[in-house]
Ligand binder design. Sequence first.
Ligand code: PMP
Length: 359
Amino acid sequence: MKNWEANVRQVVPYTPGEQPNQEDMIKLNTNENPYPPAPGVKEVLERLDTGTLRLYPDPTAGELVSAIAENYGLEKDQVFVGVGSDDVLAMSFLTFFNSGRPILFPDITYSFYDVWAELFRIPYERPALDEQFHIRKEDYFRENGGIIFPNPNAPTGVELPLEDIEEIVARNQDVIVIVDEAYVDFGARSALPLLKKYENLLVVQTFSKSRSLAGMRIGFACGNARLIRYLNDVKYSFNSYTMDRTALAAGTAAVKDQEYFRETCRKIIETREWTKKELRSLGFSFQDSKANFIFASHNVCPAEELFQALRKRHIYVRYFPGGRTENFLRITVGTRKEMEIFIDFLKKYFKDREKKRPE
Ligand code: PMP
């Protein structure tokens, strides 16, 4: 036996949600947007001159960066773009978390954070959410090598008030604090206005959720120009042409249609609030969600049983077995019609289950 395996970088990879593909499925498992992207996206893709694909894309992603900067009232040198926010976050871990001291993120959060930390050999600690699945800001007031958390948090959907975020950023000015705002457009307050005050803050967002472009892979980070320059230095040391021509064109069209964006977010929020009401009356409990998903547990029926029953009917939700999430389902908010079918299925399921119970 040769010992080459001793020097392999062995990692436990992130497990992405299932991507089933059935005609009659209702897909509520990976927090995608149920509506198509803005009409302008279709137009630019149809008009795309395939002849240009022989040429490398703009390595600075200038057009997309400008559109994002303009939309958020920032300078172009305050915006970094990547292949989905996963790419942006991975680059950020690599760029900013190098002190050798443990970085901090919640025990229940986006399960990619510990994967990147392990991959890049960054030590980390995971302060526990409180009983109500809320982040305790005080847990982040100790020495650390950097901080990251989503707001709203995933998979809980719970928002941390902007005042608490500011306190965390203000008390940690010797390290970088990353706020992952993948779901912020569904009703939470963004930390972007804090960029004027704090140079150690990086705000990361994505086009995968509120802009209906999960399939295109576009994410971005906003911060002060120096942070962004460091991020770009690492990106150019890795892969200069991260954003392809189709993504640049589609992303630019999407960000320019603010009206469509606001309208789809509004519809999702409305459907989320309707779904909350229905779930509550069916015996589910959950913390208030400001995201495009609800993290709920039922007062009698175990989450795993429900997960399997829904799956049989080709309704896909996400289940994270083990630990404190064992009895919860993360349910993405789909269209009103999809949520009505989902709720009707549950009503019938609980009724039949009740009937089957021995007297
Ligand atoms: N952050 C959080 C909290 C997420 O849930 C996700 C979606 N899996 C991402 C980042 C990454 O999304 P994307 O790479 O599609 O932008």
